[in-house]
Design a protein around this ligand. Structure first.
Ligand SMILES: NC(=O)c1ccc[n+]([C@@H]2O[C@H](COP(=O)([O-])OP(=O)(O)OC[C@H]3O[C@@H](n4cnc5c(N)ncnc54)[C@H](O)[C@@H]3O)[C@@H](O)[C@H]2O)c1
Length: 317
């Protein structure tokens, strides 16, 4: 009997990973494998999710494991494993800790699912995507980072709140690395097709842009421990939908640039077409001088992190 259902693996069964598994199980288009190093934890969460199936009416099988045998032949693998920054930890400390985890995880993922499309979520996002791309040896079409969908969802939320309109009518674009240097693009952010630059004064737009850039930190400071996971998991599921259902959606994702936007050999957030084969196209849009400069600054911040990985022998020189 051949396998008939498709398979999605989520590595890391913490807040982001388990919420992602829930959202994907509820979509009911694939079986879900949840992997974590903590014994019993992914198994317990998976069983709990499986038992929600009869009530929510999904047949997706949900399996939890501490290994990779069950992940074999996955169509998509979402990597959320890693640690969050703790007081006293430098950014580089977090970078190297998560680099070790993401590197090890990627090797195991690739051995079990050589044809998978990898969606990287662990932070610092762009550097982790760069590492997973290198370690996997996969083409750039099959290693994509999630950040822009989340950042633009936050921007859309704040625009809708400001204008008292439905979030459904708001589209927004955020480019660049996932961090303080992200580049929200008001000119390409619209309400029912009308650019927000026509609807809001520049100082209000600037306030929304700043709140978006600090969107993650705002939630971390409220939660005190841990970081956001509802909107991140929704954003991951949007990317998975685009691939699983071959929707060819244009979404801002971290992609390996090879000259696009004047950036070479680096993961940076840009508009991407996502479909059945993963990254199908990088859309190049015209930027103003100020926007282009902001994107270059953002890319420089990613390059700094990639250089730390290089100095530690984790990326080739
Ligand atoms: N890209 C984004 O927009 C975005 C958004 C939110 C969170 N994140 C990042 O996602 C990551 C996960 O966040 P979270 O809130 O779920 O954290 P969490 O601490 O709740 O979960 C992380 C899980 O990874 C597991 N893990 C650690 N090493 C592992 C390994 N080698 N193999 C398998 N599992 C392993 C841990 O046991 C833990 O359960 C963090 O790095 C966070 O910064 C990124």
């Amino acid at each position: 009997m051949g396998r008939t259902r498709r398979k999605i693996t989520v590595v890391g069964a913490g807040f982001v990973g388990s919420t992602t598994a829930q959202r994907l199980a509820e979509r009911d288009y694939a079986d879900i494998v949840l992997v974590d190093i903590i014994e019993g934890m992914p198994q317990g969460k998976a069983l709990d999710l499986l038992e929600a199936g009869p009530v929510e009416r999904y047949d997706a099988r949900v399996i939890g494991t501490n290994g990779y045998a069950e992940t074999a032949g996955s169509d998509i693998v979402v990597i959320t494993s890693g640690v969050a920054r703790k007081p006293g930890m430098s950014r580089d400390d977090l970078l190297l800790t998560n680099a070790k985890i993401v590197g090890d995880v990627t090797r195991s993922v690739v051995a079990a699912s050589p044809e998978a499309i990898i969606i990287v979520v662990s932070n610092p996002l762009d550097a982790m995507a760069q590492l997973a791309h290198h370690v996997s040896g996969f083409p750039r079409e099959r290693v994509i980072g999630m950040a822009g969908v989340l950042d633009s969802a936050r921007f859309r939320t704040f625009i809708a709140m400001e204008l008292n309109v439905s979030v459904e009518d708001v589209t927004a674009f955020v480019l660049g690395g996932h961090g303080d240097t992200m580049v929200p693009l008001p000119r390409y952010s619209t309400v029912a097709g009308i650019p927000i630059t026509e609807l809001l004064p520049p100082e209000r737009i600037q306030a929304l842009v700043e709140r978006t850039a600090n969107g993650g930190a705002e939630i971390v400071s409220l939660l005190k421990t841990g970081s956001a996971y509802y909107a991140p998991s929704s954003s991951i599921a949007t990317m998975v939908d685009a691939i699983m259902l071959d929707k060819r959606r244009i979404l801002p994702c971290a992609a390996y640039l090879q000259g696009e936007y004047g950036i070479d050999g680096l993961y940076v957030g840009v508009p991407c077409k996502l479909g059945a084969s993963g990254l199908e196209e990088i859309i190049q849009i015209t930027l103003t001088e100020a926007e282009a400069a902001a994107l270059q600054r953002s890319a420089a911040a990613v390059r700094d992190l990639a250089n730390v990985l290089r100095q530690n022998g984790l990326l080739p020189a």
